[in-house]
Design a protein around this ligand. Structure first.
Ligand SMILES: *Cc1c(COP(=O)(O)O)cnc(C)c1O
Length: 360
């Protein structure tokens, strides 16, 4: 069966080359006579896999030595709790609510700290990023929290908020490795990998060492303390071994492709094809304020629910799948992550043109 162009928001498309390599190694990983799935996480072969994965990620993102890289489980959603549990000092945290994921993180934080909503774009269905240059940051805030790329709404911060010296924590799940970042501007970045990096089951946290407390409230489970994971180099218990192995392959693929500068160039090129068409179309239109548009997630509508449904159905038949928008926005959403080839975006735009002509 032929592969489709998969515009899913996550779990999402992975590089075909990586999948083929994993298939080749499925029964016998490098002469070990076993699959990585069957291997002890304490074995020499696995030690090399996880150490190389970490080093390749450090190379790609230029991660300074005073940051820990942790491979964790529980998805991005578990970080919604781990962040306040671990970073609580004064017991106050400031949240910028730019979508469902930021809102969930904000709500979860309320269980552990006094969480302030210092800005939001909920008034216009999260279709823009609020001005974050002079927010009412709490003097006691232990950190300021953002969701940097809003997967559902298709917005992305183009400049980071002014946190007035407070540590910045960012959920980068859906823009992970899509372009270069200056890690030193953050106290912590983290992302579930199933959007742009690997298979579901792994979340990667990059945390400045001084943020990791020596001790936390004794009610915090051992597994949910960053210190436990950091001290054990992500091997306190059995990690999501196979998922980390695939992430490692994606890192090597990204390096081979030319790294994050090159990915940014490609992603800008791909996104431009789609946004330029949306801006010129009489039928389709983008839902996001232009200056806040994401390179990764592109929501659009026709303005007619029945026509949206017809479009999604016909696109699926044409091998362009998972284009249905999130239920809170409606319409369509094309997620065009690193592994989506330019040809996939071109095929989508060609199909949209044809659909527009037929339904004018
Ligand atoms: C998908 C997503 C999440 C939730 O991820 P899980 O791994 O399912 O918990 C959180 N934040 C962002 C930005 C996402 O895109």
């Amino acid at each position: 069966m032929a592969r489709v162009y998969n515009f899913s928001a996550g779990p999402a498309v992975l590089p075909e080359e990586v999948l083929k390599e994993a298939a080749d190694e499925m029964l016998d990983y490098k002469g070990t006579g076993m699959s990585v799935m069957e291997m002890s996480h304490r074995s020499a072969a696995y030690d090399t896999i996880i150490k190389e994965a970490e080093q390749d990620l450090r190379d790609l993102m230029n991660i300074p030595d005073n940051y820990k890289v942790l491979f964790l489980q529980g998805g991005a959603s578990q970080q919604f709790a781990m962040v306040p549990m671990n970073f609580k000092k004064n017991g106050v945290a400031d949240y910028i609510v730019t979508g469902q994921w930021a809102k969930k993180a904000f709500q979860e934080a309320q269980k552990y700290v006094k969480a302030n909503k210092v800005a939001t774009s909920e008034d216009e269905t999260f279709s823009y990023i609020p001005d974050c240059s002079d927010l009412p940051i709490d003097d006691d805030a232990d950190y300021v929290y953002i969701c940097e790329n809003n997967t559902i709404y298709g917005t992305k911060y183009k400049t980071l908020p002014n946190t007035k010296g407070k540590p910045l924590v960012s959920d980068i799940s859906s823009c992970f490795l899509s372009e270069p970042v200056d890690v030193t501007k953050y106290a912590m970045l983290y992302g579930g990998v199933q959007k742009n990096v690997g298979p579901a089951g792994v979340v990667i946290a990059i945390i400045r060492e001084d943020m990791i407390p020596e001790s936390v409230d004794e009610s915090v489970p051992t597994m949910l303390q960053y210190k436990t994971q950091a001290d054990a180099d992500s091997l306190y218990n059995t990690p999501p071994c196979y998922g980390i192995y695939i992430c490692g392959k994606v890192f090597k693929w990204l390096k081979k492709m030319g790294g994050l500068e090159e990915m940014k160039k490609r992603n800008e090129e791909k996104a431009k094809i789609l946004y330029d068409f949306l801006d010129s179309s009489k039928l389709f239109k983008g839902t996001v304020r232009k200056e806040d548009r994401s390179l990764m997630n592109v929501p659009f509508v026709t303005g007619d629910k029945d026509l949206d449904a017809k479009f999604v159905a016909e696109a699926t038949k044409a091998g362009l799948v998972n284009l249905k928008g999130h239920r809170t926005v409606g319409g369509m959403r094309a997620s065009i992550y690193n592994a989506m080839p330019k040809a996939g975006v071109e095929a989508l735009v060609d199909f949209m043109k044809k659909f527009e002509a037929e339904n004018a």
